[in-house]
Structure formats: C-alpha cells, structure tokens
Design a protein around this ligand. Structure first.
Ligand SMILES: *[C@@H]1O[C@H](CO)[C@@H](O)[C@H](O)[C@H]1NC(C)=O
Ligand SMILES: *[C@@H]1O[C@H](CO)[C@@H](O)[C@H](O)[C@H]1NC(C)=O
Ligand SMILES: *[C@@H]1O[C@H](CO)[C@@H](O)[C@H](O)[C@H]1NC(C)=O
Ligand SMILES: *[C@@H]1O[C@H](CO)[C@@H](O)[C@H](O)[C@H]1NC(C)=O
Ligand SMILES: *[C@@H]1O[C@H](CO)[C@@H](O)[C@H](O)[C@H]1NC(C)=O
Ligand SMILES: *[C@@H]1O[C@H](CO)[C@@H](O)[C@H](O)[C@H]1NC(C)=O
Ligand SMILES: *[C@@H]1O[C@H](CO)[C@@H](O)[C@H](O)[C@H]1NC(C)=O
Ligand SMILES: *[C@@H]1O[C@H](CO)[C@@H](O)[C@H](O)[C@H]1NC(C)=O
Length: 703
C-alpha cells in the first residue's frame, strides 16, 4: 500500500490499515493527514516489513504506547517515522522496537524523542545499515557498544544534546561508515584518530560542537567535510593531506592556524573564514576553474591579491591584511566580490569593469585605502545590487554612469572625498522600487553547483545517504551578509532580509549644491543619509513621497529655508535629523512620528524656533514691533490645535511616545538606544523571516 506524496487529508482511517493483515509494505508519507494515529492498529500485520510515515504537514501524531503491552507480530526491515510527533506526551522511544531484530533502516528523525542514545538498536539489529535520529532530544554520551558493526554505513545523530568526548575506538566499532553526521550536539575534546582512519567515509559533518583537535588525515574518501563552528585549532593543511577526493571543505569559525597549501586542492567550495590563518594567497586559488565559492574573510592573510583566470561566483577576502592594488588582470567573480577591511590601495582598474562583470551583484570595497575617482566604466556592472565604497579616498564627482546601475538596492559611498553635485538621475536607480527577483542574492552558486555533473552526482549520493528530502544545495547558497548604517547604528542584513533593505548613504563627503528634488521619487527607500556634506538650498517637499523612509539624516550641511511641513506624512520615520544646518522658521509640528523627535533633531540651526527647541517662535515675534507674521509653511501656529487632527494623532502619539520612549528616555540614553535596537532586531529577525516563511509556505501549499 503506497499512497505517499498525495494530498489525502483527515485521520488515517483505521479501516484502511486494520483490515488486510497480509500487508507487507505501507507507505503513507507526505500526505496531509492529521490527528492521532495509534500504531498498535498494526499489531496483527504479521507480514509487515516496511513502514514509512513521514508527515507532510507536521500535523500527524503517532502514539505507540497507548495499548498496555502490545506485542507486534511483525519483524520490520524498514521503519521510517519522520516529523510525526512520535509519542508526543512521553517522548519515549517506541517499546515495540525492543522486539525487532531484523531492522536495516531506522529513521526516527525530527520527533523530539528523549532519553539516552539507544545503543541497543545496534545490538539487537545486527544487520542495521542506516540509523537516523536527527533532531530529537537524546542526551548524554554517544557511547557505542563494544563490538564491531560492519553493516552500518550511515549514521546521523545531529541536532540532539549528546555531549562529552567520543570513544577512542569509535571508528573501529563502526568501521565502514560512509555518512556520519554528529553536528549540532555538545561534543567536545579531541576527535579520536580512529575516526580519522575510517577509510570509506565520504560525508562527515562535525559542525556546531566544541571539538578541539582534529585528525582526519587518513579519511581518504572524504568528499564533503564540515567542521565549522567548533574550537578546532592547529594547522589543518600542514599534515600530509590525502584528501584527494575532497570537493567541499568548511573550516570556518574555528581557531585554525597556518597557511593554505601550495599544492592545489580540487574543491568547488572552500570556506576558511573566521580563523587565525595567515600567509599569502596561493596562486591556485584564483587560477582555478573548479572553485565556485571562496571565503577567506576574517583571517590574517597578507600580501597582494594574485591575478588569475578564476570562474568564482563568490570571492570574499574581507578583513585580512591584504595590501597593494587590485590587479587589473583579476577576473571579477560572477556574483559577489568582497574586499572590505584590508589595506588595498590604488584606483579601481578600469579594465576590471568590463562587460564580463555585468553579472556582479555585490561589490564591497569598504574600509580600504583605494583612491582616484570612481571610474565611469562602473556603468558596466549592470546587475549590481549592492555597491559599498565607504571609507576610502575616492575623489572627484559622482559619475552619472552610476545611474545606469538601476538595480541597486543599497549604495554606500560615505566617508570619501567625493565632491560636486548629487546626480539628478539618481532617481533612475531602483532602491527597491522595482522588485528585481526574490532572493536573487543567494541562489546563484547553488545553481552553479547543481549544474555541474560531477558535483551534482556527489550531491545525489549525499541526499541518498542523508535520507533527507531537503534540498542540499541551499546550504551552498551564497551567504552574503551586508553591514549598513541606518538609525545611527550598523546593522547586518543577510539572506532574505536583504530583500527588504534599501538605502543610500552619501554622508561624510564634500558634496555641494542642492539636493536634487528627484530623490523624492525613490519611493521604496528606507534609509537616506546625506549628513556631513556641504549641501545647500532648501529641503524639497518632494521628500514627503519617500513614504517608507525609516531613517533620514540631513544633518551637518548648509541647508537653509524652512522644513517642509509635508514631511509629517513620513509615518515610518524612526530617526530624523536636520541638526547643524541653517534652517529657519518653525520646526515641524510634534504630530504623529514627529512627536518622538526631540531637540537633538533640530539643534544647531540658530534661526529655527518652536517646540521642542528652547527658543520659541512667539518670543521672537514679541521682540518685533510689528504684528507677528504667520508662518507660511504651515497653516496656523504651532500652539493652535486643530481638534480633528488632534484626537487621532494625540492617541497615536500618546501610545507610541509614552510607551515606546518616554519611560526609557528618563532612565538613561543608553537604554533608549537599547530599546530602539531591540525593536529593530525584532523587526528584522522575526517579522520579515516570518512573513517570508508564510509566503514560502503558501507557495508550497498552493503552488
Ligand atoms: C480525527 O479523530 C479524532 C479523534 O481521534 C476526532 O476528534 C477528529 O474529529 C477526527 N478528524 C477528522 C478530520 O476526521
Ligand atoms: C489482533 O488479534 C487479536 C487476536 O485475534 C485480537 O484480540 C486483537 O484485537 C487484534 N488487534 C487488532 C489491533 O486488530
Ligand atoms: C533489545 O534490547 C533491549 C534493551 O537492551 C532488550 O530488552 C531486548 O531484549 C533486546 N531484544 C532482542 C530481540 O534482543
Ligand atoms: C562550547 O563550550 C562553551 C564553553 O564551555 C559553552 O559555552 C558552549 O555552549 C559550548 N558549545 C556547544 C555547542 O556545546
Ligand atoms: C590508523 O591508521 C594508521 C595507518 O594506517 C595506523 O598506524 C593507526 O594505528 C590507525 N589508528 C587507529 C586508531 O586505528
Ligand atoms: C593559470 O591558468 C592558466 C590557464 O589555465 C595557465 O596557463 C597558467 O599557467 C596558470 N598559472 C598558474 C600560476 O598556475
Ligand atoms: C549618517 O552617517 C554618519 C556618518 O557616516 C553617521 O555618523 C550617522 O550615524 C548616520 N546617521 C544615521 C541616522 O544613521
Ligand atoms: C543663514 O540663513 C540666514 C537667513 O535665514 C541668512 O541671513 C544667513 O546668511 C545664513 N547663514 C549662512 C552661514 O549661510
């Protein structure tokens, strides 16, 4: 009976299961069943060998213990009960398994089962080949019975709470494993060398534990090795590496030292970020037609970037000690280039910006010593979505060719010496106005991986061993993480959240002349920072069209004239400042969002008056002999209350202002900032991902 991968709903009918007791094979997985399914209904199916039940909607519950002591009349070979709240109340591993002796494949993953690791499953079922207990709540040591289990080839205990050291002889007990996943537990200490001697091992995942010393030199079959997020130290590449089958290596977030090998590794994926590795970048790294993703960020690599004919998708060398100029013979990677936080000098070579770079999505050169002008040729990067040049010595005008990059979402040119006018044509740039395509940032290298025959077949094998239908490519999606300053603090945007951040930062330059009123057409912009420039003339009322703006910083310029009262319409504004300009007239009414801005938003404008500033407009009027002239920017005076507007806006302001800030304001400015940060974190960590998950889910359920 195989009705898997349909859309059957409701309870698993007891008639369906109970009557034909001659069933040998039952597969009910990936339907939309719900409710409680009592496993003891199967007790009299003496011929059953295979039971497969993986819930397709996480609504099915399986209970095996509700009949006092039922003795199954079957001896199973395959038991798969995945994602089905197995024994939800007790979390007990099913007792009927005590009487099974012929199991070859057991998968009880994603169930929240409790207790210690059931070693008796190995002892009782001597023919066991695959054991998958991923994502449960098993605790204690992972101690294998002292025997030799030669039939087992795949073992997954990831995502439990197992701890302590592994047995010294683990590798001898289960010598022929091909797939071993111990990730996301609490293992610690050194990795027994017997694991390093498991010569059939192809897929090893030790990530997210506390292992400290590795010894994998003899695992000659390893194809995919993940040891990220541990406390491994020592020189990984110093030993005589016999990892000639390796295709993907993740060493990131450890304390590895030493250099990269001189001899090329034939890898398509290499992540050694966040370690203490040093030395120069070997030539083979950039002269490698196989490598697609290379992340060496946050290490101490030095010297120059070598030049080569790579076909990389992602090259991340940020936060190292690299120096020299960007070689003009470097091929830009197909999607992401990140060189932030090095000591690179010289101009951006024009030859680098050619038609071959037209697919680049991220260009991050921040915090280096690059100089010269921004070349006009930058217009060739026609797919660019993130341009970050902050903190260099770029001079000259902003080329109008930048406006050709109309897909840009985030642009940060701050902290340079750019001069001249902000190009009028900036309104041609998207900044979120046109949705380019969902999640376009992340899905390219996994696409490249899946389209490579050799890698694809390796992954096909991995999926077989792993017994998970999850798309294994997604793990190889480029994890671009972008730092961007909004609301006075630097935030990290990564993954799908990037699809919601649109910002322009031109602060700390020498820009002059007026702000183009066309900037008001960037209707999806969330953050605009033009502070610390020499911008003149008045703030255009068109800024009131930036309705999604959350952070607007125009401080430290030479802006004059009155603040347009229509800015009141910017109802998402959390940060607003026009401080240190030469604005005059009355400040904006303390209505709606503007009730939350204190005098620091306006200070340093000697001719500005009204609440929350100290110099009130009336006083000044009194000093004049002539009758006070009314402000022409807004109707009525600030102290006259329009009751129709007053009540709704008072209620809104009262709730926002009083609950949100007032209490904290009085405690300490630090707590005020913390509160804003918290809300911000919540929004980006919770709201957008939830929104996104819901969207994905609905796409999946109702394609
Ligand atoms: C499923 O069975 C439960 C009782 O076990 C019952 O309350 C529920 O209504 C049934 N649901 C459907 C959809 O038949
Ligand atoms: C199994 O068979 C026994 C004896 O015939 C009977 O008492 C019991 O109710 C049956 N169990 C189920 C779940 O059908
Ligand atoms: C299986 O292991 C359990 C727990 O150690 C034990 O009680 C049971 O007798 C064993 N069953 C068989 C068939 O060996
Ligand atoms: C690793 O050890 C540290 C310190 O003992 C502990 O705080 C951390 O939770 C451990 N991590 C894991 C994954 O067990
Ligand atoms: C691992 O293999 C090496 C060489 O084959 C051998 O000398 C060593 O004793 C083995 N170690 C263990 C723990 O099996
Ligand atoms: C880089 O690759 C090119 C073409 O494959 C080759 O001619 C050249 O010798 C390589 N250079 C190095 C240093 O490996
Ligand atoms: C605007 O940029 C300046 C300088 O880069 C920075 O200090 C300030 O915090 C930014 N303003 C906002 C609101 O983020
Ligand atoms: C500031 O604005 C006032 C008029 O409001 C003008 O008289 C004064 O010259 C301006 N100051 C500067 C430094 O531009």
């Amino acid at each position: 009976l195989d009705i898997s991968s349909n859309r059957f709903i409701g309870n698993v009918s007891s008639n369906l299961i109970a009557s034909p007791t001659s069933l040998e094979y039952i597969d009910l997985s990936y339907n939309l069943f719900e409710g409680l399914f009592s496993f003891s209904l199967l007790a009299n199916h003496s011929k059953l060998e295979v039971i497969i039940l993986a819930s397709g909607n996480n609504k099915l519950e399986i209970e095996t213990e509700n009949l006092a002591d039922w003795d199954p009349s079957f001896q199973l070979k395959v038991l798969i009960l995945r994602h089905c709240y197995l024994n939800k109340l007790t979390g007990n591993i099913p007792k009927f398994l005590f009487h099974q002796r012929k199991l070859e494949r057991i998968d009880l993953s994603h169930n929240n089962l409790k207790g210690s690791f059931p070693i008796w499953l190995l002892q009782n079922n001597t023919g066991l080949r695959e054991l998958n207990l991923r994502n449960n709540s098993f605790v204690g040591k992972f101690h294998l019975p002292l025997d030799r289990y030669e039939s087992i080839v795949s073992m997954d205990v990831s995502g439990n709470q197992l701890d302590g050291q592994l047995q010294e002889n683990s590798g001898k007990i289960i010598p022929y494993l091909v797939y071993l996943n111990l990730s996301r537990n609490r293992f610690e200490g050194y990795l027994p060398s017997s694991i390093g001697n498991m010569s059939n091992l192809e897929f090893l995942d030790l990530s997210f534990n506390n292992f400290s010393v590795e010894s994998l030199a003899n695992c000659t079959s390893l194809t995919i090795l993940k040891v990220c997020n541990n406390r491994f130290n020592g020189e990984f590449f110093s030993k005589q590496l016999k990892l000639e089958n390796l295709l993907s290596l993740k060493l990131n977030n450890n304390q590895f030292t030493g250099t990269l090998p001189v001899v090329p590794l034939i890898l398509f994926y290499l992540d050694i970020s966040n370690n203490n590795m040093s030395g120069t970048i070997p030539r083979w790294i950039v002269n490698n037609t196989y490598l697609l993703t290379l992340d060496m960020s946050n290490n101490s690599f030095e010297g120059q970037i070598p030049c080569g004919q790579n076909s990389l998708y992602l090259l991340d060398l940020s936060h190292n000690l690299l120096s020299g100029s960007m070689p003009s013979c470097l091929n830009l990677p197909a999607r992401h280039l990140r060189l932030q936080g090095n000591k690179l000098t010289g101009a951006i070579p024009k030859v680098v910006l050619n038609s071959r770079s037209a697919s680049l999505l991220t260009l991050d050169l921040r915090d280096n010593n690059f100089s010269g002008s921004i070349p006009d040729e930058i217009g060739a990067l026609s797919s660019l979505r993130i341009l970050l040049l902050r903190g260099n010595h770029f001079r000259g005008r902003i080329p109008s060719q930048l406006c050709w990059l109309n897909k840009i979402d985030i642009m940060d040119l701050s902290k340079n010496s750019l001069s001249g006018k902000i190009p009028d044509c900036f309104h041609n740039i998207s900044f979120g106005k046109t949705v380019v395509s969902d999640h376009a940032y992340n899905r390219y290298s996994s696409f490249a991986i899946s389209s490579n025959m050799k890698i694809a077949s390796t992954f096909q094998r991995l999926i077989e061993w792993n017994n998970e239908e999850d798309n294994k490519w997604t793990e190889y999606d480029d994890q671009v993480e972008i730092e961007f300053v909004t609301k006075y603090r630097s935030n990290l945007y990564s993954g799908d959240i990037l699809d919601y951040m649109f910002g322009l930062d031109l602060s700390c330059n020498k820009l002059t002349s007026s702000i183009p009123q066309e900037l008001g057409e960037l209707s999806s912009l969330r953050a605009l920072n033009l502070s610390y420039n020499h911008l003149t003339s008045s703030i255009s009322p068109t800024f009131s069209h930036l309705t999604l703006l959350e952070s607007l910083d125009l401080s430290h310029n030479n802006l004059s004239g009155e603040t347009p009262s229509v800015l009141i319409d910017l109802s998402f504004l959390a940060v607003f400042t026009v401080a240190y300009n030469n604005l005059s007239g009355k400040v904006l009414d303390m209505k709606a969002q503007f009730a939350t801005f204190d005098k620091s938003s306006y200070e340093g404008n000697p001719f500005l008056c009204g609440q929350p500033l100290e110099n009130s407009c009336t006083k000044e009027d009194k000093s004049h002999p002539s009758p006070p002239k009314s402000s022409n920017a807004s109707e009525g005076k600030w102290y006259e209350v329009d009751l129709q507007v007053f009540f709704p806006s008072f209620t809104a302001s009262y709730i926002i202002f009083l609950l949100g800030t007032a209490t904290l304001l009085y405690i300490h400015p630090y707590w005020q900032q913390q509160c804003f940060n918290l809300i911000e974190d919540f929004k980006y960590r919770c709201y957008y991902p939830i929104f996104d998950t819901l969207k994905k889910l609905s796409n999946r359920l109702y394609p």
